[in-house]
Design a protein around this ligand. Structure first.
Ligand SMILES: Cc1ncc(COP(=O)(O)O)c(C=O)c1O
Length: 304
């Protein structure tokens, strides 16, 4: 998060417009608000990610000053931009000289054979500011992240110095050791396998327990599922109901500043599948059905 803030500060001024994916991680909205930036939401497909043609039109129309995208397994869709599309995106931002802040926090959590490429790997002129972190792949509490800010490196270094001088050196040294002896790679192999299995188990349960008209994302990495339900379902109400049973989901509304995704929820599958999870998903599916029944009942009595 700090890397995103430093990079944004390095390339924007208050009042500027920044392109983001839609839906996108709610933390990004908080950052934008704090920095006094406006956002334009670019439609994003749950399989192939960002709509580049839309972005291209938005660049010409809205004078976009920067982009913040999560091309690999974005949160909440889990979508992954094909590498060819990343190349096209880098060409576009390079042509218009627009800094692209690439949040690659989920990049290591792939289910396929190889790690998906980064936009940074196609960047020849330094317009991509690549940000990474150990938060999703190892532990969020270590607070270790980094960035490779391309042509903005000097400015980002100055900002970092001004804000926090440096990161915590002891944890960094411990992590550097962990990485250098191959333990991180070993850990990642196990983690990817576990997440893939959990993704399948959770998906299966949602298909079994939720109404038949739900639409589900099919993530190829990361640890979140995006569930689109019937238009009658209010995700925020569902979240409140579920909390009464100790079930934590994220309502779709908070992934957009435009009030979209009111019938969607994000379900995290980071926890190993067990009886408690199974019971929770069954209960959640029941709550969705109950909402739909209540809605249909009230419509019938109104018509009657
Ligand atoms: C897309 C994305 N970027 C950034 C963050 C924040 O990461 P960190 O804990 O490393 O600051 C998150 C956390 O959920 C995230 O999903």
């Amino acid at each position: 998060m700090e890397a995103l803030v430093m990079c944004l500060k390095a390339v924007t001024q208050r009042g500027d417009t920044v392109a983001i994916e839609s839906p996108t991680y709610f933390g990004i909205f908080q950052v934008m608000e704090t920095l006094g930036l406006k956002t334009i939401e670019i439609p994003t497909c749950s399989v192939t990610g960002l709509d580049i043609h839309y972005l291209s039109r938005a660049i010409k129309r809205f004078g976009i000053k920067a982009c913040v995208f999560v091309p690999n397994f974005n949160n909440p869709l889990g979508s992954c931009m094909p590498d060819e599309k990343k190349k096209e995106l880098v060409q576009l931002v390079t042509q218009y000289q627009i800094p692209l802040i690439e949040d690659d926090i989920y990049g290591e959590l792939y289910f396929g054979k190889n790690r998906p490429k980064t936009c940074k790997s196609f960047d020849t002129e330094g317009w991509v500011l690549h940000c990474g972190s150990l938060s999703k792949s190892l532990a969020p509490g270590y607070r270790i992240g980094w960035c490779i800010p391309g042509r903005f490196t000097q400015r980002v270094k100055e900002l970092k110095l001004m804000h926090t001088v440096s990161g915590t050196t002891l944890t960094q040294a411990a992590m550097a050791h962990f990485l250098s002896i191959g333990r991180y790679e070993y850990h990642l192999k196990n983690l990817r396998r576990a997440l893939y299995t959990q993704c399948l188990r959770y998906t299966q349960a949602v298909i079994e327990y939720f109404p038949t008209d739900v639409r589900l994302s099919r993530p190829a990495g990361g640890f979140v599922l995006w569930v689109e339900m019937n238009k009658e379902v209010n995700a925020y109400k569902l979240y409140q109901e579920a909390m009464k049973y100790g079930i934590s989901i994220t309502p779709g509304q908070i992934f957009s500043a435009s009030g979209n995704y009111g019938n969607c929820i994000r379900i995290g599958y980071g926890r190993a599948y067990d009886e408690t999870i199974d019971y929770g998903l069954k209960l959640l599916g029941g709550l969705v059905k109950k909402q739909m029944k209540a809605k249909q009942g009230s419509e019938r009595s109104f018509a009657g």
